[in-house]
Ligand binder design. Structure first.
Ligand code: ADP
Ligand code: ASP
Ligand code: MG
Length: 412
């Protein structure tokens, strides 16, 4: 007998029929003798619908009310699932983050989980209930609702697994595991049976939305065993775990893309100490995550600075950057939302040479211009025009021969 946390994403709870399937899975896991906690996302499309409503009123909604609004989709699916399980003869009890409670740091739209009280959940589990918890939400000390960032229900599930010391955290979604690239845009994509925390973390940070990046960070830090599975079929999924002898010894193990970023350029910034801090400090204070930054070579004491932010933060970032640019001499800033970040990821890149050259060459041969580049130890990312995303993903997947199953070798 163990404790299992099962997380179901938007498409897995998209309608009442899908919710019945979820109820069946949870009941089956309980009948096998497990204690079961289910974490749910909002029904497919619901969070987007709520965001759109707020943005129809204003481009810059009050963040407290924005989070109060966009967190409600999860309440609906949690209660609908509880009603379904009870109707099917089981015992279920839904809890919002406020009721658990799940405490987060005071930061709207992208809050980090600080602490989860587990007494209420444990009591309900002991009494034989399937406990259903709303994903994506947390509360601060004052009881204000915060959201965890888009895709954040994965993080709710893993954080709950860590707090409850669950034996397994199952992430049910609309694909049957983690692939070498998004199987929805590259039919050649191959399912990875086993992946290290480190690699999936880089993939998630590079935009592979199959897992929310912070969910993997928490899983790694607390040793939570993760399985990514399909809620539509009964197939073996992907196991995410600690590195070791099972590590697939390839140079590049995945291609990812992210269409969720936008580019801002401030032209002719004085090239002297303190300017970068002047630009990026107010963005940080506004909780805007800046991803890639490129500064051009200085010409006559001036330089251009280009950086990327998430599309949803573009309006706020633009306003803040315009104010800074004004202080720097009234330069017109430019923004471009039509970009995509394309990345190749692999632990083997640490020791291999020529990987970046091969990536750039592949893109050049496909006629795709690279606008920005950034690298980490096990990842190379390029910003390109977004209309080329699918083509670029397929070309890179093929250039790095990812469809072929790598041999499994012992890591030294
Ligand atoms: P959920 O609503 O269940 O959380 P998401 O849409 O957030 O589901 O994540 C699943 C999606 O992630 C898949 O439908 C797929 O398009 C996308 N995806 C991107 N990269 C990958 C990858 N490498 N492997 C599997 N899925 C991926
Ligand atoms: N419903 C939220 C979103 O759409 C959280 C999630 O799906 O994980 O981003
Ligand atoms: Mg998701």
């Amino acid at each position: 007998m163990g404790l299992i946390v099962q997380k179901f994403g938007g498409t897995s709870v998209a309608n009442l029929e899908r919710i019945r399937e979820v109820a069946n899975r949870a009941l089956k896991a309980q009948q096998k003798g497990n204690q079961v906690v289910v974490v749910v996302s909002a029904m497919a499309g619901e969070t987007n619908r709520l965001i759109k409503l707020a943005l129809e009123i204003t481009e810059l909604p009050d963040l407290r009310e924005y989070d109060a609004l966009i967190s409600t989709g999860e309440n609906v699916s949690a209660a609908l699932l509880a009603i379904t399980i009870n109707r099917m003869g089981g015992k279920a009890h839904s809890l919002t983050a406020y009721q658990v409670p799940i405490y987060v740091e005071d930061s709207f739209k992208d809050a980090r989980i600080k602490k989860i009280e587990t007494q209420k959940i444990r009591k309900l589990l002991k009494a034989g209930y399937i406990v259903i918890v709303t994903g994506f939400q947390g509360i601060d000390e004052e009881g204000n609702v915060h959201t965890l960032g888009r895709g954040g229900s994965d993080t709710s599930a893993v954080a709950l697994s860590a707090a409850l010391k669950a034996d397994l955290c199952e992430i049910y979604t609309d694909v049957d595991g983690i692939y070498t690239t998004d199987p929805n845009i590259c039919p050649e994509a191959r399912k990875i049976e086993w992946i290290s925390y480190e690699e999936i973390m880089e993939m998630a940070s590079a935009g592979a939305k199959v897992l929310h990046i912070r969910s993997v960070e928490i899983a790694k830090n607390y040793g939570v065993k993760l399985a990514v599975l399909s809620s539509f079929e009964n197939l073996p999924g992907t196991i995410v775990g600690e590195g070791g002898e099972k590590m697939e010894k390839t140079i590049v193990s995945a291609v990812t893309y992210d269409k969720n970023e936008a580019k801002i350029t401030i032209p002719r910034v004085p090239d002297r100490p303190g300017i970068a801090a002047m630009i990026f400090k107010p963005l940080g204070e506004a909780n805007i995550v800046v991803d890639m930054i490129v500064q051009n070579a200085s010409e006559q004491g001036y330089t251009d600075i280009t950086f990327t932010v998430r599309k949803e933060d573009l309006a706020r970032a633009k306003k803040i950057t315009e104010e800074v640019a004004k202080k720097l001499g009234g330069r017109e800033i430019t923004t471009d939302p039509n970009i995509a970040k394309l990345s190749i990821v692999g632990v083997g890149m640490r020791t291999a040479s020529g990987v970046a050259a091969k990536m750039f060459d592949t893109l050049a041969k496909a006629g795709i211009n690279i606008q920005m580049i950034s690298t980490s130890e096990i990842k190379i990312s390029c910003v390109i025009e977004d209309k080329f995303t699918e083509l670029a993903v397929r070309e890179l997947h093929s250039a790095f021969e990812l469809a072929k199953k790598p041999s499994r070798k012992k890591q030294k």
